[in-house]
Design a binder for this molecule. Structure first.
Ligand code: PMV
Length: 327
């Protein structure tokens, strides 16, 4: 048996614009997906989780292509989790040359699903790491990040940047621009997260921005402006200037709103955080619903969010320098 965990992330700056080659800065947070893997002799894959739905689920199927179910990952959170694990195990079979190996996989995650906190990337990174180790292979962090990216790319029909998977594998703050991913310095940020209990459809939201950008010059300019915010954000991060980081997060949220990817609940939480004295607040990830990230060293924002209509959960999330963890 092998167990690995991997962290979720918030986008400090740059989601959506990163799809068009602008830089983005995601940053790993101490909320993890933990994946336990045991090799099976019968070649089947069994995926189990108690906490991805209220009832939990177990799915078991064989390894041959005609035995594998056609998984639509957009159908439900359960099928999404299954689809990502299935894709991760395909990468494990490929990288280890064990084409017909089977596994029992158990997922345990405290990252809200599909809500902009990189839950799928964390599950994929932890699953690939644990399953390869179960077969006696330990991947380098780069190879692990690359295999996890390939999984997301495949499962999401070609719509994935390297940001989430690289950040989850390495931990810390990361700068992503196209194929180029690297770790950057970031101060200890007082991160507060508000979660509306929902999830956005990443594929649809990315397609919406793409259409807008093709139709209107102002939308293309907005994407480029997000790139400028990110570059300023990088300077503020390396200077440890929290006030400026917060200010730029506010600009970033406004630009994402202009691109149509915010929602009433995300805007409400962003304004509740600002009214409570947060240094800055923005949506994180694809948008449409899910989470916001705010900066506040005091308890005020977390308290205000917990009383905000439409906010289902508010919590503090420390930055983590630790990416994949071998348990
Ligand atoms: O919601 P998430 O965590 O999957 O982030 C999506 C980020 C986008 O920039 C919108 C898409 C991408 O693949 O970079």
């Amino acid at each position: 048996m092998a167990i690995s965990s991997a962290p979720g992330k918030v986008y400090l700056f740059g989601e959506h614009a990163v799809v068009y080659g602008e830089p983005a800065v995601p940053c790993a947070i101490e909320r993890r997906a933990r994946v336990e893997v045991s090799r099976r002799e019968d070649g089947k894959l069994s995926v189990h989780s108690d906490d991805l739905t209220l009832d939990g689920f177990t799915v078991e199927y064989g390894v041959s292509p005609d035995e594998r179910p056609d998984i639509d990952v957009s159908e439900s959170l359960v099928t999404a989790a299954m689809g990502y694990v299935d894709g991760a195990i395909e990468q494990v079979r490929d990288v280890t040359g064990n084409d017909d190996v089977g596994f029992d996989v158990t997922i345990d995650s405290d990252i809200p699903l599909g809500a902009g906190l990189g839950s799928s990337a964390a599950v994929v990174v932890a699953a690939i790491d644990a399953a390869t180790r179960e077969l006696g292979t330990t991947l380098s962090t780069e190879e692990l990040a690359d295999r996890a990216y390939r999984t997301e790319h495949e499962v999401q029909d070609g719509q994935a940047s390297r940001a989430d998977t690289f950040c989850s594998a390495t931990g810390g703050a990361v700068r992503v621009e196209g194929e180029d991913c690297r770790s950057i310095e970031a101060p200890d940020l007082p991160i507060v997260i508000g979660f509306d209990g929902g999830a956005g459809d990443t594929g649809q939201l990315v397609a919406g921005v793409r259409n807008l950008r093709e139709e209107y010059d102002f939308a293309a300019d907005t994407v480029a402006a997000i790139g400028d915010v990110v570059r300023n954000g990088e300077e503020a991060l390396s200077a440890g200037d929290l006030e400026e980081i917060g200010r730029l997060m506010n600009f970033n949220h406004g630009l994402l709103s202009a691109l149509g990817v915010s929602s009433r609940s995300l805007d409400t939480m962003v304004w509740a955080a600002r009214d409570a004295g947060a240094m800055g607040a923005k949506l994180t990830g694809a948008g449409g619903g899910g989470c916001i990230v705010a900066l506040d060293p005091t308890p005020e924002t977390e308290t205000a969010l917990s009383f905000t209509p439409g906010c289902e959960d508010a919590f503090r999330a420390a930055l983590t320098e630790e990416g994949v963890k071998r348990i």
